[in-house]
Design a protein around this ligand. Structure first.
Ligand code: TXE
Length: 492
């Protein structure tokens, strides 16, 4: 079993306490790697290194274009490593190799895009109401950014944070999920090769309470960029408030995929299945509620079940597998528990509803793709994030009702609308309370497009021009051009 080390101040180190955590392959339920069990002492060293790098001339002294060139070199190295990193991720978190490959080949584009923005960060010259004064703004980096990421898309979500943070001139301490840290550590090897100075990027592995908490409470950290569950996100936000730190939170969702009777139903049925069963439902944008127009309800549900039944489960490293295991044992138990919750609330199980005991699933943590009908908007199963392949079906009569039900949860991350009416598409996209609305598609994201939540799904945007602003602060500079600051006790 490979024993990995962490990246602190440009060096590969063990945890100060000399302890390790097992990283488990969810397809076999066996440990396959050891990662350092970092704690406060390790976090302190990493933040100190990031702070030193932030003020050091090797980083601060770089021109913005040179910073962009470093990011571009990193992107090129990443592209050559994409297949290897994808295999690591698929082994570590059980997501399909086909999906991880396409994600990992996409990650370099994030670094290319933000590399391009690094030397386009401009201040403004402001008109002045004070004659004789020249006033302009500068956009400056914040300092040390703590990036805390979950297990479902380890490097993609790290890139969402690191690319804009570094492009803006910050330094970073990354704390990946304890369930899927191996790819981040392999990624860490590329920073030195790309020419980043020591300490510009540090990676500390460990548990949320042992490594994550000391990181977010560290006084040397200026900003926290977090993706994870909403309860952890709330705790992060509360801790950050004590230190008056900036925060970006990308939390959970309970997204509605809304199918109208005028939709292209071949497309819609594919979109609803992909929305919930892709990535075994373990995505923040999972379309976990299908709202279906009553005139097509019965026929659509029949098609949905027929398609969902064809899902091939098995080894995520096999290219023909369509639904893989659940990444962690606690998550597996949580998904099974929600199946009982739904049944207890009176929902009718139309498909699946329990652990998958197919031979191709081996000893892994598999659950059957599951569909519940008879779900009412007030049920727990219609409101709480499951993060697994569990779809709730809810019929609706008209647009008003669809909007009311779609917007009735505490979340607001994403929504899908299936219709052939442009009027309806625009009206729905205006009224849905969600950071992303997809019309006749689902799960499309891009480095050029802002992504983030409404309501309890969080705030701040990742991707696009908006993202780089999350890692900058504005300074106003005043210059007296006429030397008239003669009044010693008054303001001008
Ligand atoms: O996530 P956590 P978990 C949801 C999903 C899932 C639930 C729990 O519903 O069932 O969250 O998953 C670090 N201070 N999502 O427990 O706890 C932790 O080590 C600082 C949605 O895996 O949110 C990891 O690196 N850090 C989500 C990261 O936070 C702490 C993706 C996320 O872990 C910490 C994953 C603390 N006190 C789960 N406690 C999405 N939005 O995509 C934990 N961490």
């Amino acid at each position: 079993m490979n024993k990995h080390r962490m990246l602190v101040d440009g060096a590969w180190v063990d945890a100060a306490a000399g302890e390790w955590l097992e990283s488990i392959n969810p397809f076999t339920a066996n440990a396959w790697a050891l990662i350092p069990r970092g704690r406060k002492a390790d976090v302190d060293r990493a933040v100190d290194a990031a702070k030193k790098a932030f003020y050091g001339k090797d980083w601060r002294g770089l021109t913005a274009s040179a910073r962009g060139a470093l990011l571009r070199r990193l992107a090129e190295l990443l592209a050559t490593e994409a297949d290897r990193l994808a295999e690591i991720e698929s082994t570590d978190n059980g997501k399909l190799i086909s999906e991880m490959r396409s994600q990992l080949h996409y990650v370099p584009k994030w670094f290319h895009y933000f590399a391009g923005l690094s030397d386009k960060i401009e201040g403004r010259v402001l008109p002045s109401d004070k004659p004789g004064f020249f006033n302009f703004t500068r956009e400056e980096p914040l300092g040390v950014v703590a990036a805390i990421t979950p297990w479902n898309s380890p490097l993609l979500l790290a890139a969402w944070k690191l690319a804009p943070a570094l492009a803006a001139g910050n330094t970073v301490v990354l704390k990946p999920s304890e369930h899927s840290s191996v790819s981040a550590l392999a990624f860490g090897e590329l920073f030195e090769k790309a020419g980043f100075p020591p300490g510009a990027v540090n990676i500390v592995t460990g548990l949320g309470n042992e490594a994550g908490e000391p990181l977010i409470t560290h006084p040397g950290v200026a900003k926290i960029a977090f993706t994870g569950g909403d309860r952890t996100g709330q705790a992060v936000y509360e801790q950050a408030a004590r230190g008056i730190k900036r925060v970006t939170l990308e939390l959970g969702g309970k997204s509605a995929n809304i199918v109208f009777d005028d939709a292209d139903l071949d497309q819609a049925v594919n979109g609803v299945v992909a929305g919930i069963f892709a990535a075994t439902g373990q995505t923040c944008i999972a379309g976990s509620r299908a709202l279906i127009h009553r005139p097509i309800y019965d026929a659509f549900v029949e098609r949905l079940i027929t398609l969902a039944k064809t899902a091939r489960m098995g080894n995520p490293l096999d290219l023909s597998t369509q639904v893989g295991p659940i990444t962690t044992r606690p998550q597996y138990e949580k998904v099974l528990e929600y199946m009982q919750v739904a049944k207890g609330e009176g929902a009718v199980c139309l498909l699946g509803g329990g652990p998958a005991q197919r031979p191709e699933c081996g000893t892994g943590w598999f659950v059957e793709p599951t569909i519940f009908a008879g779900v009412r908007p007030e049920m727990r199963i219609a409101n709480e994030e499951v993060f697994g392949p569990l779809l709730s079906l809810i019929p609706f009569d008209d647009e008003e009702e669809a909007i009311r039900v779609a917007n009735s949860t505490i979340y607001g991350l994403a929504a899908g609308v299936w219709t052939s009416s442009i009027r309806r598409a625009l009206a729905m996209s205006e009224r849905l309370e969600a950071g992303t609305v997809w019309v006749n598609c689902y799960r499309v994201t891009s480095y050029m497009t802002p992504f983030g939540g409404f309501k309890r799904s969080g705030f701040g945007r990742e991707g696009g021009m908006e993202a780089i602003r999350e890692y900058l602060q504005t300074k106003s500079v005043w210059i007296d051009m006429e030397g008239k600051t003669a009044n010693p006790f008054g303001l001008r």
